[in-house]
Write a protein that binds this ligand. Sequence first.
Ligand code: GLN
Length: 289
Amino acid sequence: MNIGEILRQDGKRLQDVLGLDEREAGIEVRCLLQAVLNVSRAYLMTYPERILSGDESSRYSGYIERRLKGEPIAYILREREFFGHVFRVTPATLIPRPDTELLVELALQRIDEANVRRVLDMGTGSGAISISIALARPELEVVALDASEAALDVAIENARRLGAFNVRFLKSDWFSELNDERFELIVSNPPYVEAHDAHLKDLRFEPESALVSGMDGLDDIRRISAEALSHLNPGAWLMLEHGFDQAQSVRDLLRRSGLEEVSSVRDLSGMERVSMGRLTRADPFCNNT
Ligand code: GLN
């Protein structure tokens, strides 16, 4: 088959099998073809008559069959763009979502407003958040932790490939290995999906440990907000991504743990997606944490 036939035929198959719309299906077939042929989008448009060689054809078929079984395109191509950088991703890490760029933007705002020197990213996965922050503000010291060794391997490789030399990676189950280190900003996109959420079947290729967090999806956010106080300097912020319907619960947890100036911010689709709170300045008369 030639390029033009593949674009038409497999675009249609992706629409029928996965329920994608015409535009999404077209983009996906194009990306798979570009990866196999190592060519630009313009090339595909210019040479629709070009026939794939036997080798190209079998690689392409492998890709499209995996996609038709529902595997996310980011795992097939082993990469995903986030905040303007191309991150390597494997099934050991969650695929970075565009929603999470909001967390990075808010973090950068806080970094510029407050006197932030050290930032902690908890559950860094592929390193999308920590590395994006580190690259945008090279003078910062960023610590990125994850409980998964396999995820840390991916994050370390991403930091090296993208030239983020101001991130230190640490294997740690939330705060367990941090001793008494403190930060001016802690960010996290923790697991927050409810154990029986119907939407999990669409996420079946991604690591459950990065997605699910107890019956109400808040187990990890409860742990992080309860323990964060001992790792925040006076004036520091804790900033968390969460599910579209969890903002009220997360604000309550942040307040209960002693943080103030608690608020939530909506993502591009109008959902409250990130909540944050601040440890106010130290009271001079008692131990604040
Ligand atoms: N935003 C992801 C989803 O629902 C979940 C990410 C997470 O649990 N941190 O697709």
